[in-house]
Design a protein around this ligand. Structure first.
Ligand SMILES: Cc1ncc(COP(=O)(O)O)c(C=O)c1O
Length: 374
């Protein structure tokens, strides 16, 4: 359970060796798979010159995931690629169809396949959407802290939804048990644990497209600092994989809610651990246990982690809205985190991340504005 480490608003953990750590790259196949899907387009990269001037850096950019495949979050990148890999795996094919009609045809020759998952909103909606597009049934388990609007959005994709009076970790266990009880069901979860790692890795591989796009949009210089929101840490695993497998080595900063800081707590105590979660408006980050796959990447390859409050995330979302960027609290948490390290009161953090007047800071705005619930 939770070690005796208190993470509070603004707490930060820094790993001086992270920039020198290296790992193999993600498979290149994910980006080409996504490019073949209907409705694919790189999400916009928005420039925030006012913030760059305020912080005394070269550029501040926002990778805006509020319109990914017509859904308001980045999650469909991982979901679509993982469903594709699951179907090909079931068919035992080495030559894989690269589009939805090809996958539908492949499904036609297979025994029934249903998808089961747990979510705190965005992941489940993406699973439901791609299941519907492929004519597969989806059963989505949701903790009751998730907003009614998010639950309705999943139902609107024709998924069966079960709302549980439990936290996220317990909801994941229920989804896993439900999947095990039906031979046709496959658990499509965006977090891993020992014995369940193949599908979560495909989801992480799918996220790599976001970073391939970011690099192409930024050009040769690439980002100096990437700020990523963390729930179980799968997206951050993709960020670490990307920037620790190439010459250009950006500094990487993860951000968590101060009420669900399982990754910072684990880093500070030297081992992965579970923390008690409560309620936060950063619903997608309200996770008590890091993904077992993500953990070694976060431990070794992430430069720093900072915890932010609901008030800071809500303020950052309002600030981004005023700048014309649609962001929910999870996405806006990256702005709150950048403030926490670039504030005048924190010069040592800025120096630790190697930031200078030429630096480019990339904020991953992982979701668009939506109704929130605490
Ligand atoms: C909008 C948003 N941002 C970030 C995350 C964090 O992703 P991960 O759980 O992979 O760390 C989530 C997860 O649900 C999310 O919904």
């Amino acid at each position: 359970m939770s070690p005796n480490i208190a993470v509070t608003t603004g707490s930060w953990f820094f790993n001086p060796g992270a920039r020198d750590w290296a790992c193999p790259p993600a498979p290149a196949e994910a980006a080409s798979f996504h490019a073949g899907l209907p409705g694919y387009a790189p999400t916009p990269l928005l420039e925030l010159p006012g913030l760059a001037a305020e912080w005394g850096v070269g550029r501040v950019v926002v990778k805006d995931e509020s319109t990914r495949f017509g859904l308001p979050a980045f999650k469909s990148l991982g979901v679509s690629y993982a469903i594709y890999r699951v179907i090909c795996d079931h068919a035992g094919e080495t030559v894989r169809p690269a589009d939805l009609p090809g996958l539908r045809e492949m499904l036609g020759s297979l025994p029934r396949l249903d998808l089961v998952t747990a979510t705190d909103g965005n992941h489940g909606r993406a699973v439901a959407r791609f299941a519907r597009l492929l004519g597969i049934r989806a059963h989505v388990f949701v903790p009751d802290v998730v907003s009614p609007g998010a639950v309705e959005a999943i139902r609107a994709e024709q998924a069966e939804v079960t709302v549980l009076a439990d936290d996220y970790d317990a909801t994941v266990r229920s989804a896993s048990e439900a999947a095990e009880s039906r031979s046709s069901a496959v658990l499509l979860q965006d977090t891993a644990w020992p014995g369940y790692e193949e599908i979560p890795q495909w989801i992480v591989d799918g996220y790599s497209t976001l970073l391939v796009e970011l690099d192409a949009q930024l050009g040769a210089t690439g980002p100096s600092l990437v700020v990523v929101p963390m729930g179980v840490g799968s997206l951050a695993q993709a960020v670490v994989t990307h920037y620790r497998s190439r010459e250009q080595r950006a500094a990487l900063l993860g951000v968590e809610p101060d009420t669900a800081a399982c990754i910072q707590t684990g880093l500070a105590s030297g081992r992965p651990c579970t923390v008690q979660t409560g309620s936060t408006i950063m619903a997608g980050l309200n996770c008590g246990t890091p993904s077992s796959l993500a953990w070694p990447y976060l431990r070794d390859g992430l430069d720093a982690v900072v915890a932010v409050s609901d008030e800071q995330a809500a303020g950052a979302a309002r600030e981004l809205a005023a700048l014309g960027v649609s962001s929910g609290p999870c996405g806006a948490a990256t702005l709150a985190a950048a403030r926490a390290v670039l504030a005048e009161a924190a010069p040592s953090r800025r120096a630790a991340l190697g930031l200078s007047a030429d630096s480019t800071i990339a904020l991953l705005n992982t979701e668009g504005a939506h109704e929130t619930r605490r």
